[in-house]
Design a protein. Structure first.
Length: 304
C-alpha cells in the first residue's frame, strides 16, 4: 500500500447545469456547485463542514464518503453554490411572486412602517430561490467524490516524498551505527586499562604494595565501569528500530502512529548512547543521530 501524507488540497465543481442526471430536474440557471477539501495533520480524523443552508442535509452522506477513505487528519470541507443565471437576472416564477406577496402582507400587518419589496429585492430573492431549487445531493456527492480522489492522489504524492526522505535518513543513521560499532570494544578496553592504572597510581602514593584482594576489587570495579559505558546493546536496538521503520515504509497504509512510537524509541536510545559515551567521537555520533531523528520526527508527524 502507498504511504499517505495527511497534508493535501483538492477542489472540484460541476457544470452550470449540474450533472447529466440532474440537468432535466433542475434549470440551467440553478447554479454551479463547487467543493474544496483541505487536510492537515492531526492525531485523529477530525472532519469540519462549511456548507450553505441548502446543502446541510447532505452532511451525513459527505461524512460517510470521507471516513471511507481517510483515517487521520484535520479535514475541512467547503461547498458553495454560485448563481449562473444569464446576465445575472433570474425571472421569478408566479408561485414565488405569490409567496413573496403573502409574506409581505403578513409582515406589514405587524410592522406597518416596513418598506415594501423593491424590484431589486424580488430579483435577489428569486436568484436565491433558483439556486436552492432541486436536490443537490447527487451533484454534491459526485463533485465531493472527485475532489476526494484528487485529495487522495495529492496525499499519496506527498506521502511518497516523505517516505523517500525518511529512507535517506535511515541510511544516514545506519552509517552512524556502523561507525560507532567498531569503537565500542576499543573504548571499553581503554577505559578498563585507564581505571586500573589510576587505581595502581593511587595505591603507589600510599607507599604500599597492592594486595591481591585490592587487585581483584580494582578489576571488578573496572569491569563494572566498562559495562556501564558499553553501548553495544543500544546500537543493537537502534538497528532493530531502523529495520522496523524500513519495513513499515515498504508496507504503507496507516503507519503514522507506529512510526511516531518508533521515533520516540530511536530518540531514547540515542540519548542513552550520548549519556554513556566516554569518548568525543562517540559523543559526536550521538549528537548527529539526535539531529537526524528530530528531522524524522517532523516528517513522521505528517504521515497518516
Amino acid at each position: 500500500m502507498p504511504v499517505y501524507s495527511m497534508t493535501g488540497y483538492a477542489s472540484g465543481q460541476n457544470g452550470p447545469a449540474g450533472s447529466h442526471s440532474e440537468a432535466e430536474a433542475r434549470p440551467a440557471a440553478a447554479g454551479r456547485l463547487g467543493v474544496e477539501i483541505r487536510s492537515v495533520n492531526s492525531r485523529f480524523l477530525d472532519l469540519t463542514f462549511k456548507l450553505p443552508e441548502e446543502l446541510r442535509q447532505h452532511e451525513t452522506a459527505l461524512r460517510e464518503l470521507l471516513t471511507g477513505k481517510l483515517k487521520r487528519g484535520k479535514v475541512e470541507v467547503r461547498a458553495a453554490i454560485e448563481n449562473t443565471a444569464q446576465a445575472g437576472v433570474v425571472e421569478p416564477s408566479v408561485k414565488l411572486l405569490q409567496r413573496l406577496n403573502g409574506v409581505q402582507d403578513g409582515i406589514k400587518a405587524w410592522l406597518p412602517g416596513a418598506r415594501e419589496l423593491s424590484v431589486a429585492d424580488v430579483l435577489r430573492l428569486a436568484g436565491g430561490d433558483s439556486a436552492a431549487r432541486g436536490d443537490w445531493g447527487g451533484d454534491l456527492l459526485e463533485v465531493a467524490g472527485k475532489a476526494l480522489d484528487a485529495l487522495m492522489s495529492a496525499r499519496q504524492r506527498e506521502g511518497a516524498r516523505l517516505a523517500k526522505m525518511l529512507e535517506a535518513h535511515l541510511a544516514q543513521l545506519r552509517a552512524l551505527v556502523e561507525q560507532a560499532g567498531p569503537l565500542i570494544p576499543q573504548l571499553v578496553e581503554q577505559q578498563r586499562t585507564r581505571f586500573l592504572e589510576r587505581w595502581q597510581e593511587a595505591m603507589g602514593l600510599t607507599g604500599g604494595t597492592l594486595p591481591e584482594a585490592a587487585q581483584d576489587r580494582a578489576l571488578t570495579e573496572a569491569t563494572a565501569f566498562a559495562i556501564r559505558i558499553d553501548v553495544a546493546e543500544e546500537l543493537t536496538r537502534l538497528n532493530s528500530h531502523l529495520d522496523e521503520i524500513e519495513r513499515l515504509l515498504k508496507k504503507g497504509g496507516e503507519i503514522g502512529k507506529r512510526l511516531d512510537f518508533l521515533i520516540q524509541e530511536l530518540h531514547r536510545e540515542a540519548n542513552t548512547l550520548g549519556s554513556k559515551s566516554a569518548a568525543l567521537e562517540l559523543t559526536r555520533i550521538g549528537v548527529d543521530m539526535k539531529v537526524l531523528i528530530e528531522q524524522m520526527r517532523e516528517q513522521v508527524q505528517n504521515i497518516e
